[in-house]
Write a protein of this length. Structure first.
Length: 114
């Protein structure tokens, strides 16, 4: 009886070790599969074209950045070279307005003479 108990305990320990090895392998496989799925999702997200909502969000962000830049430029000290600290019309240009500066080459062009 005593010999059978010892043999059964050793067999149980070996079986438990094998089960632990299998569980570890399955866990590693699961983690690897999850990582592969995550990489695949990122690749698909990177490959899909921008939606209207994506573009709307980007435009809003560009406007916010433009406003912050305007605020920073207003706080900068005036240049000593006699040039104005800020060009006129720079805010309109960044915000997407189609307003043209009066000194542009298009405004200086003269119509052809007949």
């Amino acid at each position: 009886m005593q010999a059978t108990v010892g043999s059964a305990e050793r067999q149980r320990d070996r079986t438990q070790g094998a089960i632990d090895d299998i569980a570890g392998t399955v866990d590693n496989l699961r983690r690897g599969a999850e990582a592969s799925l995550a990489r695949g999702r990122r690749a698909l997200d990177d490959a899909r074209p921008a939606s209207h909502e994506d573009i709307r969000e980007l435009r809003a962000e560009v406007r916010r950045i433009g406003r912050r830049l305007d605020e920073i430029e207003e706080r900068l000290p005036a240049k000593r070279s006699g040039l104005p600290a800020k060009r006129s019309g720079s805010t309109a240009k960044r915000s997407g307005s189609t307003a043209k500066k009066s000194g542009s080459s298009a405004a200086r062009r003269k119509p052809p003479s007949s």
